[in-house]
Design a protein around this ligand. Structure first.
Ligand code: HEM
Ligand code: HEM
Length: 192
């Protein structure tokens, strides 16, 4: 079992039984970026093609997507070396399994969506600019079919993201408002 200050997590006072500050910081950074990227993504089809506003929305959407991919890479590495404290023993096995499945689904989708966005562009032969600072060239051979497949995956994937985030937030609120256990507090940006 993980040792902190010479104590096993089972012996730790409850105020220590939360995600570490880096994990909490990245969690809320990704949550904010998720809100921004979905808003930008939904605004793209509203802007007429071949206009400066559409190009700007695309540039920002793609750049924020690449930023999410970068932060998620760091987050996954951090997570592997910093396991979270165990969930409260009052949670049923099915609830723990559902929580883990939702978390893994969120990790997966926040890698899959930026990758599908990149493959869409790269397989069509386009590089992807990061806020106009530098560009990532297409790292795949041109393949229009693959590009179309990636567009479809990206379009469908948004609904998987909405479903997972809705279930995740609903579960968090259930813990906060109904169960009133420590689950919600484990991820608060600042410890009370
Ligand atoms: C977590 C990352 C991402 C999320 C959650 C996301 C989400 C979305 C959403 C919700 C839309 C609107 C779809 C619609 O209703 O038309 C969209 C469109 C789009 N996204 Fe992303 N996106 C992400 C990353 C990226 C990246 C990294 C790129 C490119 C490098 C990209 C390229 C596009 C493009 C070109 C569109 C326009 C419509 C289309 O071709 O499907 N996205 N995205
Ligand atoms: C308002 C929105 C959100 C709220 C209130 C919220 C709340 C929480 C809470 C309370 C936990 C801790 C659960 C536990 O104790 O095990 C958690 C974990 C987690 N959240 Fe969120 N969250 C939000 C948005 C998001 C978004 C947009 C993502 C997208 C990636 C996300 C991904 C995760 C993941 C992957 C974990 C598990 C972390 C790990 O074990 O490494 N959350 N969230």
């Amino acid at each position: 079992m993980k040792e902190v200050l010479g104590m096993s997590s089972a012996q730790m006072p409850s105020e220590l039984a939360c995600y570490d500050p880096v994990a909490r910081g990245i969690h809320w950074q990704i949550a904010a970026l998720a809100l921004i990227i979905v808003s930008l993504g939904l605004a793209i089809p509203e802007a007429p093609r071949n206009t400066a506003s559409r190009d700007l929305l695309m540039l920002l959407h793609r750049s924020v997507g690449l930023l999410i991919l970068l932060v998620m890479l760091f987050r996954a590495v951090w997570r592997m070396s910093h396991p979270p404290p165990p969930l409260p023993p009052t949670m049923r096995r099915i609830e723990v399994a559902l929580a883990h499945a939702t978390h893994w689904g969120l990790y997966l989708m926040f890698f899959a969506m930026p990758l599908a966005g990149y493959v869409n562009a790269a397989a069509a032969g386009h590089s992807v600019s990061f806020f106009g600072l530098f560009s990532i060239p297409p790292l795949l051979p041109e393949n229009q079919k693959l590009s179309q497949l990636a567009v479809a995956a990206h379009q469908v994937g948004q609904f998987v993201v909405y479903g997972l985030v809705a279930a995740h937030v609903a579960a968090g609120l259930m813990h906060r408002l109904i169960r009133r256990d420590e689950v919600w507090g484990r991820m608060l940006p600042v410890r009370r």
